[in-house]
Structure formats: C-alpha cells, structure tokens
Design a protein around this ligand. Structure first.
Ligand code: UD1
Length: 373
C-alpha cells in the first residue's frame, strides 16, 4: 500500500451501516496504519439528507463526522449521479486519495467510482458481485458498472464470487470477506434489544409484523402501491403492523390521498423512518417482516425471522437458499398466502450463513494493510 489516504464514500442510508465496521476495523489497527503512513477520511455525498435518513445513523453507529460533504441532495438518476461525479471529481483533484472505497449499490457508489477511476485512482467495492439479473432496477446497473471499474472487490456471499468470475474479473481481485452489514448488526444487537420502541408502540414481541417499502417498482405506480397498502391494512386486522415510511413512499402515498386512511387505523402504525437500533429491535422481535429492502432481507436471515420479500428477484440469493426470506412478488394473493404460511408455522427456520460472523470489516482492514493496492 502506498502512503496516503483512503476515501471511504457514503451517501445513502444503507451505506452508513456498511461503512461503520470498516472504520472500526481500520481504527483497531491504528499503529499499522501509522507505520504505513496511511489514513482514511469519510466523504458524504449528501444523497440522503433528512436527519432521519442520515445524521441519526452517524451518531448511533459512532461514525465520525464526514471530513468532506458534497451536499448533492435529490434529483433524477442522471442529475443526481452527474452532480456527485462533478463534485467528487473536484474533491479528488484537490485531495487525491490512494484509493476510493465505495459501498453497496446506490447512485453515490457508481458516481464516485466513475469519478475516481477516470483520474486513475483505484476503486474498491465493498459488497461486490451481487446480481439480481434485472436491469430495470437502478441498483443493478450501479452494481454492474461499479464492479467493472473496481480494482479490488469485497464479496458478501458465494454467489457474488461466481457472478464476478463469470463476468471475467481476475481471481486475485476478488475477496470473499463476509457481510459488513451483519458486522454492524452483531455489534449493535444487544444494545438494540434494550430499546423501548415496542413499549412506545404498544406492541408485544412476536405479535406484530414490520413492513417497509421504498423500491420504485412497488411505490411509484399507484396501481401497484394501492393494493399493497390495502393488503397491509387487512393484515393489521389480524396482527398489528408497524410501517416506518420512507420519504419516497410518503410522497407516493400522499399522491394517492390514502394518508388519512392509513393514519386512522390504530393497528397500522405508520411512523417516520427509524433510527438503526429501533429498527433492529423491531426486526428482531417481529413475527414476520415484509420488505423490499436488500439489507433487511439479510438482517432477517441473520436473525432467523421470517421475511416476505416483496420482489420477484433478489441479488442476495443466499437469503432464500439458506435463510428465512422468500420472494413473494408484489401481487396481493401471493403475499396473503405467505402471510398465512408464517402464521401457521409453515416457514423455513434458516441456517447460519458462511462468513456472516461479524468480522468482515476486520478481514477488509487486513487486506488493505497487506499492501494489495
Ligand atoms: C436509495 C437507493 C436505494 C436504497 C435506498 C435506501 C439509489 C438508486 N437508490 O433509494 O438503493 O435502497 O436509497 O433508502 O441510489 N428523499 C428525501 N429525503 C432524503 C432522501 C431522499 O425526502 O433524505 C426523497 C427525495 O424526494 C428523493 C426520493 O426520496 O427524490 C428518493 O431518494 P433517492 O436517494 O433518489 O433514492 P431512494 O429511493 O432513497
């Protein structure tokens, strides 16, 4: 490893819990960093900016304040991605790092990878190789492009290794290190369990269902979203439902003029997006989780909580092959059947997933310090 600084880039909510264990693992090896005259800094693109989607995760997860903030905000995919490229490039020209480390599959990931690689700066991708094989998903495009640009690819599950090899990535660039998101979960679980969120929401453990929805395919089209919300409302007559509503979904629901209906049903608790530990506490104690979030598919698998994944495909197949997640699509009849299956105990128990052991960040730090870049 050459002397210098590593840029650790985060922009949107799911990036923060992936970055935290890498920061912790690098800091645990501070003497080695110093011997190599190597350091790191956090670059926040500002893709997510609402306090509930952003600042709260930094404080809870003990992530230091970003050293650089690009303040890009929202926009169409093209506009947002372009703004990040432009502003990150300006930063790179002034403060060249030895490598740019990007996480996951959001627009900030691909944009910073592009800006860096065009200046000859090596890109490191954490959570590489995942493929849904559905190019209508913006995240799939971000994954393919980022991996193609990366010099070093850290993979969370075996399918990722196979996907990268099939795409012709050299073996020596690929490192199967495990899942950094699970590192954060394992680190936070005991504290999360002490949260009083169940009490505040008047819920009993294993007697409620947690739902989150934010993917464009589920929330942007009223013909899809309205039946989904009606179904969720019908579930709440059998089992209380907690629904932390993502800003994108909140906007879509407003458009349907459905908000009042959601708010007058006491067993359907629509609340703002939750801080990390409260969400984890709700997941760990839920009877089941309904979600279109990739991260929550993984987290419920680790927690062995039934997860109805409201998608037709997943880039995280291990959660279905070995875990507690099942793909139920977004058509109400199929989701209804799966809901009944969980209630009648017809759901897989799930197994432990290889290398989801809370130590992925340590493996990544070790590789950084081995002189590989
Ligand atoms: C992004 C990621 C998605 C990830 C999700 C987690 C991409 C392509 N998508 O989707 O992979 O699962 O984050 O949340 O990067 N908004 C706010 N406040 C905020 C952020 C967003 O109100 O702090 C609103 C804006 O109106 C914005 C919309 O939400 O237009 C969508 O935000 P954006 O970052 O574009 O995508 P997400 O849907 O959050």
């Amino acid at each position: 490893m050459s002397f210098g600084i590593l840029d650790l880039v985060a922009g949107a909510r799911p990036n923060f819990m992936k970055l935290a264990p890498v920061v912790r693992a690098l800091e645990a090896r501070r003497p080695e960093l110093e011997a190599l005259k190597l350091d790191w800094r956090i670059v926040h693109t500002g893709q997510h900016y609402d306090p509930g989607m952003n600042g709260v995760f930094f404080s809870e997860l003990g992530i230091p304040k970003p050293d650089v903030h690009l303040n890009v905000g929202s926009g169409s995919h093209g506009a947002q991605t372009a703004r990040i490229i432009e502003r990150y490039e300006e930063h790179l020209l002034r403060n060249r790092p030895v490598a740019t480390v990007v996480f996951g599959d959001v627009n900030s990931t691909v944009a910073c990878a592009l800006a860096a690689v065009k200046l000859g700066i090596p890109v490191v991708h954490v959570e590489a190789g995942l493929r849904s094989f559905d190019r209508s998903m913006p995240e799939e495009i971000n994954r393919i492009v980022t991996d193609a640009l990366s010099a070093l690819l850290f993979v969370s599950e075996q399918s990722g290794v196979e996907n990268l090899k099939r795409e012709g990535v050299d073996d020596e660039k690929i490192h199967f290190v495990g899942n950094v998101m699970i590192d954060t979960l394992a680190h936070e679980l005991s504290r999360a369990k002490q949260s009083d969120i169940l009490k505040r929401l008047d819920l009993n453990s294993e007697e409620y269902c947690l739902i989150t929805l934010h993917r464009p395919t589920n929330v942007d089209d009223p013909a899809v979203l309205k039946p989904l919300l009606e179904l969720v409302a019908s579930f709440s007559r059998k089992l209380p439902v907690v629904f932390p509503v993502h800003p994108r979904t909140r906007k879509a629901v407003k458009g349907l003029q459905f908000e009042r209906f959601l708010e007058v049903n006491p067993d359907l608790k629509c609340i703002p997006p939750l801080p990390y530990r409260e969400n984890l506490c709700l997941m760990a104690n839920a009877k089941m989780v309904l979600t279109d979030s990739g991260g929550m598919q993984e987290e419920t698998t680790f927690l062995k909580v039934p997860c109805l994944t409201i998608r037709d495909n997943t880039e995280r197949p291990i959660t279905v092959e070995m875990g507690t997640s099942r793909l139920v699509g977004n058509v109400p009849a199929r989701i209804q059947q799966a809901f009944e299956d969980v209630l009648s105990g017809q759901w897989p128990q799930g197994e432990d997933i290889p290398l989801w052991d809370g130590r992925a960040g340590e493996r990544i730090a070790k590789i950084f310090l081995s002189g590989v870049i």
